[in-house]
Design a protein around this ligand. Structure first.
Ligand code: S3P
Length: 441
């Protein structure tokens, strides 16, 4: 399926099982690979990104079996990874590349890690700098892009304040911190997703948060009192960043009624629900419970008019992956949506600010693009009739752009075409078939 045609629909109803959370799946896989014993991870993400992490771990000598969404990983132990014979391929996945850069920095061998064209354009100095300070030697193309050639070795602990709010950078340092001789601290002035900290604790590492500082005790050298990681049985919650596309469809389409099962509700990921609720969205949570340090629950969503508003400041980091969908809802809101302080969106799988502006304009929206965000006019500043018209969408190879516009197109006037729709598989291979099953025309 290269192109996918999206016709307007009447409504969306039913129950949805989301793929396992992509961020959590990467972390469980990496920590299971470094643990002792065999871990079993249920509801592991089907995303291509997470498949890349598993492939990289296999190349590092880790035994992995997959069967019906269940992954069994026999860990090599912290000191047991093997020098890969070829370069590791992180595909489109920034999380794979940056988190593994942290692990590779602690290994007594040299390795190379790279990815696809998009990943090779994304900024890596943000991990190179702290990992080099810890003692790794890292060569990069133009000193800032993948491929990264990493010569690991004994690491020293550092105290590092994140210059950009990034869970991937924080995680790379914490994972390297496992190999350091002492306590490594990461200070995050803006809170980011904390799955690494929670997963490290689950696998038995000594990790603690005090205000904005996360401290990890290194396991270098082993010995009495030095923690080791232990295999675990874990279940990955559904991915809230994938759930958002269905929530948006429910909000847009009259008479809709959706139940999203077992969605991860970690408070560092639910800002999108708060924003939608503040815009008037009728969303409710049920059966919320804990699972291996994470929160999980069901989300119920119905049709409801959205007011719109401004998203800026520290909130941006907490809903960075949900911004494409929120922005694409802009023309359907009363007052429109404005995003500020989101320059990070320019260095994601695509330049998401440019891709959103370009495709919204193709659909007839009024958009003002800015260096750090954009403003999308709402219904109150447009005429009567549908907020958007069908158009040919270019997702620029970016899964979240493809899915956001597939949803926006459901309520537009006329048919839309999503080019290169297969790119949705980067996070959600069954996105279009799940959507088709729920739509009523
Ligand atoms: C992720 C962190 C975020 C997010 C990405 C997944 C993670 O990236 O955009 O999709 O799993 O840690 P940054 O750390 O670059 O903000």
């Amino acid at each position: 399926m290269a192109k996918k045609s999206i016709a307007p629909v009447r409504t969306i109803t039913g129950a949805v099982e989301l793929p396992g959370d992509k961020s959590i799946s990467h972390r469980y896989a990496i920590l299971a690979a470094l643990a002792e014993g065999t871990s079993e991870i249920q509801h592991f993400s089907t995303a291509e990104d997470c498949h890349c992490t598993l492939e990289c771990l296999r190349r590092l000598g880790v035994a992995i079996e997959t069967e019906n969404g269940r992954v069994r990983i026999t860990g090599a132990g912290l000191g047991g990874l093997r020098r890969p014979r070829r370069a590791l391929d992180a595909g489109n996945s920034g999380t794979t590349l940056r988190l593994l850069a942290g692990v590779l920095s602690g290994q007594p061998f040299e390795s190379m890690i790279s990815g696809d064209d998009s990943l090779r354009r994304r900024p890596m100095r943000r991990v190179i700098e702290p990992l080099t300070r810890m003692g790794a030697s890292i060569r990069a193309r133009d000193e800032q892009f993948a491929p990264l050639e990493i010569r690991g070795g004994p690491l020293q602990p550092i105290e590092y304040t994140l210059p950009v709010p990034s869970a991937q950078v924080k995680s790379a340092i914490l994972l390297a911190g496992l190999y350091a001789d002492g306590v490594t601290s990461v200070v995050e002035p803006v809170r980011t997703r904390d799955h690494t900290e929670l997963a490290l604790a689950e696998f038995g590492a000594r990790v603690e948060r005090i205000d904005q500082t996360i401290r990890i005790h290194g396991c270098a050298g082993g010995g009495p009192g030095i923690p080791r990681l232990e295999a675990r049985r874990l279940v990955v919650p559904g991915d809230i960043s994938s759930a958002v596309f269905f929530l948006a469809a429910a909000l847009l389409l009259p008479a809709s009624n959706l139940l999203l099962h077992n969605v991860g509700l970690n408070p560092t990921r639910t800002a999108v629900l708060d924003v939608l609720a503040s815009m008037g969205a009728p969303i409710s949570l049920v059966s919320v419970h804990g699972s291996s340090g994470e929160l999980v629950g069901d989300i119920v969503a119905h049709y409801g008019p959205l007011d719109g508003g401004v998203i800026s400041g520290t909130m941006v980091a907490q809903l960075i992956d949900e911004l494409p969908m929120l922005v694409a809802l802009g023309p359907y809101t009363e007052r429109g949506i404005e995003i500020r302080d989101a320059q990070e969106l320019r260095v994601k799988e695509s330049d998401r600010i440019a891709a959103l502006a370009e495709n919204l304009r193709r659909m007839g929206a009024q958009v003002e693009e800015r260096p750090d965000g954009l403003r999308v006019a709402g219904r109150s500043s447009g005429g009567s009739g549908a907020a958007l018209r069908g158009a040919e969408i270019d997702p620029h190879g970016d899964h979240r752009i493809a899915m956001a516009f597939a949803i926006a197109a459901l309520a537009a006037e006329g048919e839309s075409i999503i080019r290169d729709a297969d790119c949705a598989a980067v996070s959600f291979p069954d996105f279009f078939s799940t959507l088709d099953r729920l739509l009523e025309r």
